[in-house]
Every structure is written in structure tokens, then in C-alpha cells.
Design a protein around this ligand. Structure first.
Ligand code: FAD
Length: 687
């Protein structure tokens, strides 16, 4: 007889057999099985039609005791188990099927697996993105990636914040400079805003490198990733969704039966079309082309590092995303040019020679040697979904919001959509929440879709005043364009006026490049947020440029460094991404006890955090005191997506009932039958 001793629990053992650390890291140790001949210890059963258990290359070996010591043969078991083939090979079951492995789909898979939810991700291609489209990764996304434990992997490959540098405006890379603006919080006054608001700084990582990190970690944590698998159609019923898919290697069609379906299938989403998602706006309102090339341009740029060089050359006032763009993919020898064309005319024919001509024009070196690595035409869009769900089917990412890359909001918003959706699906699938919670996904994210589509398009349009100041807005010939570019240098009153207007227009680009409010200031109003009866604090600065720090319900949890003599952690690190967190102070301990009590009773993760002197978590700099906006004996309830779910300004008579009622309301569950919060309750919570 052989007994297997499991190591002490390091977290939750999910339904699908994943041992998840508090940060959601998969931490099943590799198993050493000591196999005695004729004695076999089976690995735990695997779910039918599901996925392989996650392999774990690291961790403490599992101890195995045996009473028989003779004839022992050691077999190393690396934890990898075969995927079980379902009895009916035409139907595979899972909890969530994700169509698409782009930023929206791959992050949804990563988040769901981190929550321990069974999921399959399919993509019609044999690998992830092959062009480095998205790259600017903003603070909110970095916080999310930090939460799921992959921030360091991203930073290891990314162009770091300090190298994102100034945004440069020029006649060509080798030509005259028109102006610069420090961006992404790089200017000293803005740097303080960025550093004070978040534990994570922006960075630059091409989509070609970001997607593999997301896919790899999702798959390691349990996602069944199916490449070369095409979505064909779906039908939903009361209990689930039957999705027909085709294996593109074999042509074999089969059904994946999922409880929920996420359409993360990009801007031409079939799933959005099939669920008849309502959209506003238009597609293909401008013409753009991408040209990728390799050339060492360090002599032109290394002394003025930037990820974006905007070029005002003849033709840059036609179509496109504002002006000509030379974007650094990898410093300083991999590049992407974005160039416009008139979408109402005949599309240009691209070939290597034409691509080289355009690149040489923008770089300003007529005989530049380069390797062209790809080119494509694409349309600029201004379209957003006003609703992102139909029953058991959701859309996320570009499927819901289509816009130009200006401001770098696409991949960021896609990842943020999935972060909002994943915890809600997990809560419902684990039985903690009612299905009504899922409706808050669309209620919370559709307004964001509208906001960012509008913002990205305005960011493109805001190149208009620069062209006007330069006098080249309506230039129709190359000669006219070049001639007028000189106007800004004339020693005349008109020249002076142009110089003044030019500086104002360049500074106005802060709405694209220093817009921290747009990037991390998303605010949710839905039934998954319980208002505290007060109004949202007045905004004192431009909400697009500046982030409003507040614990007002619906806003993002303010960042403050908390710690002790040995460690320093952000409030974002302390709040758990796989459950709720209650923050309180020393005199609010009854809130913490209420949270712990409810967590036990409801068998769900509610982390209780008391911040104060002599506690595990100390307010080292007083930053939390300055930002918490409630009394020391009050409480702040944080949702798994690190948005404030509710706050109580001070202690109440029965904190457990108050917390239970609020959680029940947020989760749309019926655990507290009289769980709806009344106006009268809110007054009590404030007083
Ligand atoms: C030049 C350029 C620069 C950009 N720069 C930035 C930036 O700096 N920052 C930023 O945040 N965003 C940027 N973007 C936007 C960004 O690339 C997109 O917003 C992002 O890729 C959207 O992610 P997604 O997952 O929603 O869709 P996609 O990345 O388009 O992924 C769609 C997925 O669906 C799969 N799929 C589609 N149809 C099917 C089917 N029938 N069956 C199976 N699979 C299917 C595809 O294989 C793919 O995996 C840029 C875009 C461009 C063009």
C-alpha cells in the first residue's frame, strides 16, 4: 500500500485540478512517483474533453511514502498528462470557449486559467500575430499583467519607459526637426503623476512578442490552445453554446460545447455579426498602409530616443493616421512605417520597390539600404459596439471597438475588456454570483469602447492643426508642400504666428501622448458597483490628461506603497485578483473579521487587510491615509479587477450584515435575501 502526501496547500485547488498560488500562479509541483512493481498510483482523473493538467517545471517535489522499501524503481513524472479524448470525438466540452488568440483572446484565456476556469482558446492561424501592430502598453495594462504575474516577463523584452522618450516631429528622420514633446509621462512634471498613480510604468512591446507571453502563460495554467482551428458558427440554448469549429490541418469539423463563448475574433468579427451586435460609427473612413523594414538607423535616432517619429513630408496630409509615421519596433534596426492613401480612390499597389520608395522618403535618405519584411493596406475605423453580449456570448477587443492605432489604445483596451469579463465569468461558474453579474460586463465596458474609439480618432484629427500651422494642410503638389514647409521659418509676422500656432498644436498632442486620465481613469457605473450615497468627487483637472485618484465606488483602486521593515507592496499587489479585498484601519478591525467570517461561510476568497501601525501592512508614507477618503474605521471593498466595489465611511453597527448585503448585490446572488441596499442603508454607511 502506498500513500501520497500532498504538500501544504499554497492556494486554491481549482475544479480542474490546478493548484493556484495567491497570485494565481500555477504551482503544482512536479511529481516524483516512487513506483513499486505491481503497485500503480494513478494521477488524478482528468476532465473529459478538457485539457491537460498544467505542467510545472518548478517547485518542491511531492513526497511519496511507501511502506515497502524493496525493489523500488524511481520514475520521474514531469506532471504532463495526456489530454483525454472524449468518447464522442465530435463534441468537446469546456466552460469557456475563446475565439481568437490576439490580445483580447489570449488575455481572456490567461485570466480565466488564473481563476482556475476550464477554457479552450482557438485561433485560425498556426501561430500568434505575425506583424508588430500594437506596442504601447499603458500603465493600466501593466498593472493587470502584474496582477497575473507576467509583468516581469513583459519588461524583460520591452523597450523600457525611459527609452520611449520624446515624440519627435520632423520633415524626415534625416531632415529638419519640427519639434519634440516628452511623452508617456516622461516630462518631469508628468513623471510624478505617472509614478504616484501606479506601481507599473508604461513600456513598449510589439504585439508579436506580447501575444506569445499571454498564450504561453495561459496554456501553462490550463488553457487548451488550439492553433489552426477556425470558428465556423454557433448556436446557444439555455445551458450553453454549441460552437462548430474546423481543424484546418485535417479539415475535420467538430463541436465545442461551452457554457460561455467569447468572440475575440478581431475587427472583422463574425461572432459580433452573428449575435447582431449594435454598432455606431463607420468602418474604413481612411486608408493606411503598414510597411515593415529592417535597417540600422541608429545614427539618426539613438541620440533622441523615441518609439514614434512623425514625418511631415509631401503626401503626409492624405489619409492615414494623422501624418507619416516611422515607428521603432526594436531599437534601432527594426521599423514600421505607417503611410496614408486616399481611401476614396484606387488602392495603391504595393511591391518591394514602392515600399522602399516610401520608406526612403520618410527616412530622408534616397539610397537607404534596407530589407523590406512586409507590407499591407488597412482601413481606419471609427466604430464601437453599444452592447457587448447576447445571452451566453460576449465580444471583447477589436470585435467591439474599431479605431486607428493613435494613442495606442487598441490592445490595451482589449486586455482590459477581458480582465473585466474574466472575474465575472469565474464568479458565476464557481457559483458565487448570479448570471445577472455578466450583464454588467457590457454596461461597464461599452461606454469605454465609445470613449476610446472617439479618443483615438480625435487623436488622429489633432494632426490637422499642425498641418495648418505649417501651412501645408491643403498642399496638392510636392513642390507646394516643400515650399510651404518653409513658412514657419520666415522672419515675418506671419512666420511668428505660425511658430506660435505650431507650438500650441504640438503641445495639444498631450491628449494622445500624455493622457494618463484616458489610460487609467476608467470609471464603472453598474449593479456590480454599490454607490456610497455621495456623488463622485469633483474633477479638478482635465480628466483626459489627469487621473482622478479616489476611492469613490466604480473608480480604480488608488495606488499607495504599503509595507513593513522588509517589504514594500502596492495596494494593487495586496488586493487579490482572484477575489474581493476589504481594506480597513486599526479601529476598523471588525470589518476584517466580518470579511473573514463571510469568506469562510460563503467559501469564496475575500481578503481582509488592516493597514496601520504594528500591522502586517503599514502605511509607510501616509499615502493611503491621504487617499482612502474614509475614516480609519471605515472600509473599502475592492473587486477582483481592482475597481472599488463599495466603501463605508466608518464603522456600522453590524459590519457583517452590511458587507454581506453589499457583496450579494454586487454578485447578483441570492445569499442575502434582503440583499438590496436601500437609500436608508447608504445613509447609515456614511454616517
Ligand atoms: C499599425 C498599428 C499599430 C497599433 N498600435 C497599437 C498600440 O501601440 N497599442 C495598442 O494598444 N493597440 C495598437 N494597435 C491596435 C491593436 O493591434 C488591436 O487593437 C489589437 O490587436 C486587438 O486585439 P484583438 O485580440 O481584439 O484582435 P486581433 O489582434 O485582431 O486578434 C483576432 C484573433 O482572432 C482570430 N480569428 C479571427 N477570425 C477567426 C475565426 N473565424 N476562427 C478562429 N480564429 C479567428 C485571429 O486568428 C486572431 O487570433 C495597433 C494597430 C495597428 C494596425
Amino acid at each position: 500500500m502506498m500513500s501520497v502526501v500532498f504538500p501544504p496547500s499554497q492556494g486554491n485547488l481549482s475544479r480542474a485540478g490546478h493548484l493556484l498560488s495567491p497570485t494565481g500562479q500555477c504551482c503544482n509541483p512536479p511529481h516524483f512517483l516512487l513506483v513499486i512493481p505491481d503497485t500503480f498510483v494513478p494521477m488524478p482523473e482528468q476532465r473529459t474533453g478538457g485539457r491537460a493538467r498544467c505542467p510545472n517545471p518548478s517547485g518542491t517535489p511531492m513526497t511519496v511514502r511507501t511502506e515497502r522499501r524493496k525493489n523500488i524503481m524511481a520514475v520521474f513524472n514531469d506532471g504532463i498528462a495526456e489530454t483525454t479524448t472524449p468518447e464522442n470525438s465530435d463534441v468537446v466540452t469546456t466552460d469557456v470557449l475563446i475565439v481568437g488568440s490576439g490580445p483580447a483572446g489570449a488575455s481572456a484565456a490567461l485570466f480565466l486559467s488564473t481563476h482556475g476556469i476550464d477554457n479552450i482558446m482557438i485561433t485560425k492561424y498556426r501561430w500568434t500575430a505575425n506583424t508588430p501592430r500594437a506596442h504601447i502598453t499603458n500603465q493600466r495594462t501593466m498593472e493587470i499583467l502584474r496582477d497575473v504575474g507576467v509583468e516581469d516577463e513583459v519588461l524583460a523584452q520591452a523597450v523600457p519607459h525611459h527609452q520611449m522618450g520624446d515624440t519627435i516631429y520632423c520633415e524626415s528622420l534625416a531632415g529638419e526637426e519640427i519639434g519634440r514633446r516628452p511623452t508617456w509621462g516622461f516630462r518631469p512634471d508628468r513623471r510624478a503623476d505617472y509614478e504616484l498613480a501606479s506601481p507599473s510604468m508604461p513600456c513598449d512591446l510589439p504585439q508579436t512578442l506580447m501575444e506569445p507571453i499571454l498564450v504561453e502563460n495561459a496554456t501553462k495554467r490550463g488553457t487548451q490552445t488550439q492553433f489552426s482551428t477556425e470558428y465556423i458558427s454557433h448556436e446557444q440554448d439555455a445551458d450553453g453554446v454549441n460552437v462548430r469549429v474546423r481543424n484546418r490541418l485535417t479539415g475535420h469539423e467538430y463541436t465545442i460545447r461551452a457554457r460561455y463563448l467569447i468572440g475575440a475574433d478581431g475587427a472583422r468579427s463574425r461572432i459580433a455579426e452573428e449575435i447582431d451586435t449594435p454598432f455606431e460609427g463607420a468602418m474604413d473612413i481612411g486608408g493606411s498602409m503598414n510597411i515593415q523594414f529592417k535597417a540600422d538607423l541608429s545614427h539618426l535616432v539613438a541620440h533622441r530616443p523615441s518609439i514614434l517619429y512623425w514625418v511631415f513630408a509631401p503626401g503626409s496630409n492624405i489619409g492615414g493616421i494623422g501624418a507619416g509615421l516611422v515607428r521603432c519596433v526594436r531599437p534601432w534596426n527594426e521599423w514600421l512605417v505607417v503611410w496614408g492613401y486616399d481611401i476614396t480612390g484606387t488602392p495603391p499597389e504595393l511591391n518591394d520597390e514602392e515600399a522602399k520608395r516610401i520608406v526612403r522618403n520618410l527616412v530622408g535618405i534616397p539610397d537607404l539600404e534596407m530589407e523590406i519584411t512586409g507590407y499591407s493596406l488597412w482601413g481606419n475605423n471609427e466604430q464601437y459596439a453599444t452592447h457587448m453580449q447576447k445571452g451566453r456570448v460576449f465580444i471583447a477587443g477589436d470585435a467591439a471597438h474599431r479605431h486607428p492605432p493613435s494613442h495606442g489604445l487598441g490592445s490595451n483596451t482589449s486586455i482590459q475588456d477581458s480582465y473585466n469579463l474574466a472575474w465575472k465569468l469565474a464568479a458565476v461558474l464557481k457559483g458565487h454570483a448570479g448570471e445577472e453579474l455578466l450583464e454588467t460586463y457590457s454596461v461597464e465596458r461599452a461606454p469605454v469602447a465609445k470613449q476610446i474609439v472617439t479618443r483615438a480618432n480625435n487623436s488622429s484629427r489633432e494632426y490637422g492643426p499642425i498641418f495648418e500651422a505649417l501651412g501645408v494642410k491643403d498642399a496638392t503638389t510636392e513642390e507646394e508642400f516643400v515650399e510651404k514647409l518653409r513658412l514657419r521659418k520666415e522672419p515675418t509676422a506671419e512666420g511668428a504666428a505660425r511658430r506660435k500656432a505650431l507650438r500650441a498644436a504640438l503641445d495639444n498632442k498631450d491628449y494622445e501622448f500624455n493622457a494618463q486620465g484616458t489610460e487609467i481613469g476608467q470609471f464603472y457605473e453598474s449593479s456590480a458597483v454599490v454607490c456610497d450615497g455621495l456623488g463622485r468627487p469633483e474633477v479638478t483637472e482635465d480628466p483626459m490628461l489627469h487621473h482622478q485618484k479616489s476611492t469613490y465606488p466604480g473608480l480604480r483602486l488608488p495606488h499607495a506603497w504599503i509595507g513593513d521593515t522588509l517589504n514594500k507592496q502596492s495596494t494593487h499587489d495586496i488586493a487579490t485578483g482572484t477575489g474581493f479585498t476589504v481594506f480597513t484601519g486599526i479601529t476598523g478591525r471588525a470589518w476584517a473579521e466580518a470579511a473573514e467570517d463571510l469568506a469562510r461561510e460563503w467559501d469564496m476568497e475575500i481578503r481582509a487587510v488592516v493597514i496601520g501601525e504594528g500591522e502586517v501592512h503599514q502605511d509607510l508614507y501616509g499615502d493611503w491615509l491621504r487617499q482612502r477618503e474614509v475614516q480609519e474605521d471605515g472600509a473599502i471593498l475592492v473587486r477582483p479587477d481592482k475597481h472599488i466595489g463599495w466603501r463605508a465611511h466608518r464603522m456600522v453597527e453590524d459590519p457583517r450584515s452590511a458587507l454581506a448585503a453589499v457583496l450579494s448585490t454586487i454578485l447578483s446572488n441570492d445569499r442575502v435575501t434582503d440583499g438590496q441596499i436601500t437609500e436608508a442603508d447608504l445613509v447609515v454607511f456614511q454616517s
